[in-house]
Design a protein around this ligand. Structure first.
Ligand code: ITT
Length: 196
């Protein structure tokens, strides 16, 4: 049997997020193995992602005995929607979806958008909660494009590859530049600096 100290759990109901993190994890040398865990979490409505992530992390306490992390992401249309849907991303995706977002910004030529990812880690060896953030900036596509990725990927054009939506990239290509990939790099920096 695997020793609990060598496992790090990613608590998520979203298989796409798990697959992206798995790809990042497979390219990282650590002393840990990654496993997915589905346990009850509480997602509060707050004004920023870190607050949501912190609450969600605490809601897992007592349900897992080793180290674990959760991740909270949001899609922010800065121009012209002042950051909407942001912390409401899940609800907006389930209700109006990408087509609804495009309808809201139909009359606007200039758009600015970004994704933010916050990884919240409960790190058992130090008995601490730690937060790692990543962002990526870009624009909103006029139409839905691409069949890869998930969520808002078909309408996000990253500034660094402006002719492709996230949904037109492979998982590997998206991970290299994405909010989640950047949050992950910060996470790994911590693990390595502390020689775990
Ligand atoms: P958890 O169980 O991990 O909480 P979730 O799907 O609720 O899964 P989030 O709260 O992080 O995940 O995501 C909020 C919304 O943003 C949700 O509708 C996702 O589909 C979408 N989203 C998250 N990351 C994304 C990404 O990298 N690309 C496109 N959409 C994303």
């Amino acid at each position: 049997m695997e020793k609990e100290e060598t496992i790090i759990y990613f608590v998520t109901e979203n298989i796409h997020k798990f697959n992206e993190i798995s790809d990042l994890f497979s390219k990282t040398k650590t002393n840990y193995n990654l496993k997915r865990k589905e346990v009850e979490t509480v997602e509060i409505q707050a004004t920023n992602l870190k607050e949501v992530a912190s609450f969600k992390l605490n809601s897992v306490k007592g349900q897992i005995s080793g180290s674990y992390f959760i991740e909270d992401a949001g899609f922010f249309v800065d121009t012209p929607l002042n950051g909407f849907p942001g912390v409401y991303s899940s609800y907006v995706m389930k209700t109006i979806g990408n087509k609804g977002i495009l309808k809201l910004i139909d009359n606007f030529d200039e758009t600015q958008a970004h994704f933010t990812s916050v990884i919240a880690l409960y790190f058992k060896p130090l008995d601490v909660s730690l937060f790692f953030e990543g962002k990526i900036y870009g624009k909103v596509s006029k139409t839905l494009r691409g069949s890869g990725g998930f969520g808002f990927d078909p309408i996000f054009l990253p500034d660094i590859i402006p002719n492709k939506t996230f949904a037109e990239l492979t998982t590997e290509e998206k991970n290299k530049i994405s909010h989640r990939g950047k949050a992950w790099s910060n996470f790994i920096k911590f693990i390595k600096e502390n020689k775990y």
